[in-house]
Ligand binder design. Structure first.
Ligand SMILES: [Zn+2]
Length: 86
């Protein structure tokens, strides 16, 4: 009922905004949405990860309910899977 009971750490996922991250490989700016753990650099194809402190999603046992199954799985996959070279 009360939407503001969600913890602040999940705001980035619930209301995604684009963040500019510098590609470590070519130095280009890459946009990563805050509900995505990483993006692919459009210039060089390098995987760019968002610099982020551990969020409540990493440790909060209610994270799954808080942000939803889909977003939870997506973020966890990005962290656990690490860098996947194709
Ligand atoms: Zn790049």
């Amino acid at each position: 009922m009360a939407p503001d009971k969600f913890c602040p750490g999940s705001t980035n996922v619930r209301t995604p905004t684009p963040e500019s991250v510098t590609c470590l490989n070519c130095g280009d700016e890459v946009e990563i949405w805050t509900d995505e753990p990483k993006a692919t650099c459009p210039s060089c194809g390098h995987n760019v990860f968002r610099e982020q402190a551990p969020t409540c999603i990493d440790w909060c046992k209610f994270a799954r309910q808080c942000i939803g199954d889909e977003a939870y799985e997506r973020l966890k996959e990005g962290k656990i899977g690490g860098v996947q070279n194709h």
